[in-house]
Design a protein around this ligand. Structure first.
Ligand code: HEM
Length: 236
């Protein structure tokens, strides 16, 4: 059996793949949040950032393909592990009083499904721009004189819809909850968790996930005008 096959077939290999793809996706969502927070700066910043990403050309497509592969592998292995776990528990579902598993760990599949649904909606909304062909036409002139696609106006108009914003907030809430168990589990699967810093790691996961949720939620809330100070930073 070659290395790749044993990675996908052995139980340790599956856990490693789950952890590695989780780490990549964790890195992506963190970097994406940092980029999105530029919505609180003048429109020039996020629009210039959009141009910078687009200027990566072929490399950007390679990164997108790699991310897509990570999403597919993460979901594929999660389904396999769920089936294997159910098969190993002949009594079926019920309340397991002996288990110390947290609620977050027990609902990983369910939070994951909602995050996936959110991702499909998000790509249809902002990347394919279904129902909003005008977002592909809006252009913004940078201080350098270059005309770029106006990502700033797209995000502000997109989140001016209350229903869309509420869906985003619920989805990032569930993604944060998913990450709160995912971070600890990922470190454990990579063999980096030990007794001495388990508490520190769990504390970090909780703080990170609350920070991740609040900063993400601040974007639609500020655009809707529901956050006194931050709403004042949005240019309409
Ligand atoms: C308030 C939160 C968010 C905002 C404001 C936001 C905004 C955006 C914008 C402006 C784009 C670029 C669309 C384009 O011009 O092509 C985008 C793409 C994307 N977003 Fe988000 N996003 C948010 C949350 C998330 C979350 C939580 C995830 C992951 C679950 C995510 C995953 C993606 C992906 C995968 C892309 C496609 C990237 C690409 O085409 O290269 N986003 N988002």
């Amino acid at each position: 059996m070659n290395l790749l096959a044993s990675l996908f077939q052995s139980s340790i290999g599956k856990k490693l793949l789950m952890a590695f793809t989780g780490l990549v996706l964790f890195g992506f969502v963190t970097g994406h949040l940092v980029g999105n927070l530029q919505i609180f700066l003048p429109p020039e910043k996020i629009n210039a950032y959009g141009l910078l990403l687009e200027s990566l050309g072929g490399a950007l497509w390679l990164i997108r393909l790699f991310l897509l592969a990570c999403v597919v592998i993460h979901i594929w292995i999660a389904i396999q592990l769920t089936i294997e776990n159910r098969a190993a528990r002949p009594t079926g579902y019920g309340v397991d009083h002996t288990s110390r598993a947290t609620l977050a760990s027990r609902v990983m599949a369910r939070t994951g499904i909602v995050v996936l649904a959110f991702l499909v909606f998000h790509l249809a909304h902002f990347t394919i721009r279904i129902g909003h062909p005008e977002w592909s036409e809006h252009s913004y002139r940078l201080a350098s004189g270059t005309a770029v696609r106006d990502v700033y106006t797209m995000v502000v108009q997109g989140f001016s819809n209350v229903g869309v914003s509420i869906f985003y907030i619920i989805a990032v809430g569930l993604l944060s909850y998913h990450l709160s168990h995912g971070i600890v589990s990922m470190v454990q699967s990579l063999g980096l968790k030990n007794e001495r810093w388990t508490r520190g790691l769990e504390g970090f996961a909780v703080i990170y996930c609350w920070g991740y949720f609040l900063l993400n939620a601040a974007i639609p809330l500020a655009i809707l005008g529901w956050l006194p100070v931050l709403s004042g930073l949005i240019h309409r």
